[in-house]
Design a protein around this ligand. Structure first.
Ligand SMILES: [Zn+2]
Length: 45
């Protein structure tokens, strides 16, 4: 068996960076926002 570990696949993905503050974010499948949660909260006000 030579199945690739899915965790290794995710590790090779480039980290998403918030264009607002430059914070590195964990990529979430359900998240399609560009900014991090903090900047999104600021914009929401
Ligand atoms: Zn941000």
């Amino acid at each position: 068996m030579s199945l690739k570990n899915p965790i290794d696949f995710y590790r090779t993905l480039p980290r998403k960076t918030c264009p607002e503050c430059g914070e590195q974010m964990e990529e979430q499948a359900e998240s399609y926002f560009m900014e991090c949660e903090r900047c999104l909260a600021k914009k929401g006000e």
